[in-house]
Design a protein around this ligand. Structure first.
Ligand SMILES: Nc1ncnc2c1ncn2[C@@H]1O[C@H](COP(=O)(O)OP(=O)(O)O)[C@@H](O)[C@H]1O
Ligand SMILES: [Mg+2]
Length: 273
């Protein structure tokens, strides 16, 4: 099993979400994600789950919790954090692969030797690939399809010593176009490989990114799944207040009412109160 099995990137993998804080509710959503993980690990056939919801509602947190479940089932976890639509082409994937494989050629070699020895021959290529893919793309000296093919091969093969791969893509609405189209390419291959992609998407951003909205319609028409995360209910806001209070006592109902009214049950706003 690769040494850098995603653990080190846990704190940065999804918007700085801290999995140490108590998780309120989300049992239904986590159960669903567990089923998706089990399906991929058991059948070897992958798919994508698009985790959709308003900003601060808890999409990244849910994805991080699911990643921990996947890791417990022996899946490799790679976390991709989209950096903005104007970012260097494919930079989020390069960063995620570098974090997974290690940054130096020696680390890459050691990780691949354990995970996928047959990829070792490709090490010089991978090192060069990680370093220069952006330039090559900009120059137009790589065929995009060739780059996508190699990249999906590296992702899948580098994790083949595991029960599958859980690929967390955080903030897909902030993906540069190449990352978006690479993922579209990968999604079409998922049926044949044990890869579960969990991608978080901020709903408010969709109207500004018609290419993503179009792809999402295509993805759901081809069997990928959308999981919509809604704000916490009033009772769960009460639970949040109780868990956060130093004494752990039941919260005053009027305080819960006020917090629910102020925050609409959005965990990000609850934390700010
Ligand atoms: N169910 C929850 N219980 C407790 N805290 C939560 C829950 N969901 C989210 N949070 C916290 O609220 C904040 C915002 O959540 P986050 O997942 O970053 O939102 P999003 O990705 O939808 O913008 C984070 O600090 C996160 O840990
Ligand atoms: Mg987020």
């Amino acid at each position: 099993m690769p040494a850098r099995n995603g653990h080190s990137s846990e704190t940065t993998e999804a918007g700085g979400v801290s999995p140490q804080e108590p998780l309120i509710d989300r049992q239904l959503e986590l159960d669903l994600l567990r089923q998706h993980i089990a399906r991929v690990a058991d059948t070897g056939k992958g798919h994508a789950v698009l985790i959709l919801g308003e900003s601060g509602v808890g999409k990244s947190r849910l994805a991080v919790e699911a990643a921990a479940e996947a890791r417990n089932r022996g899946m490799a976890v790679i976390s991709v954090r989209c950096l903005g639509r104007g970012a260097e082409p494919l930079l989020p994937l390069k960063e995620a692969l570098a974090a997974y494989l290690g940054r130096t050629p020696d680390q890459i070699r050691r990780t691949l030797a354990r995970a996928a020895p047959h990829l070792l021959d490709a090490v010089p290529f991978i090192g060069a690939f990680l370093a220069s893919i952006g330039e090559k793309l900009a120059e137009g000296s790589f065929s995009l399809r060739g780059v996508y093919e190699e990249l999906s091969c590296i992702l899948i093969k580098a994790t083949s010593g595991n029960a599958g791969l859980f690929l967390l893509v955080d903030d897909l609405h902030a993906a540069d176009p190449d990352t978006l189209y690479f993922l579209n390419y990968l999604f079409r291959k998922l049926r044949q490989v044990p890869v579960l992609v969990a991608a978080t998407i901020q709903e408010e951003q969709l109207s500004d990114y018609p290419e993503l909205a179009d792809l999402m319609a295509e993805w759901s028409a081809t069997g990928h799944v959308t999981l919509t995360v809604v704000p916490l209910e009033r009772a769960h806001v009460g639970e949040y207040v109780r868990m956060m209070s130093a004494t752990g006592e039941q919260a005053d109902e009027s305080i819960v009412d006020r917090l629910f009214r102020l925050t609409g049950g959005n965990p990000f706003f609850l934390r700010k109160q």
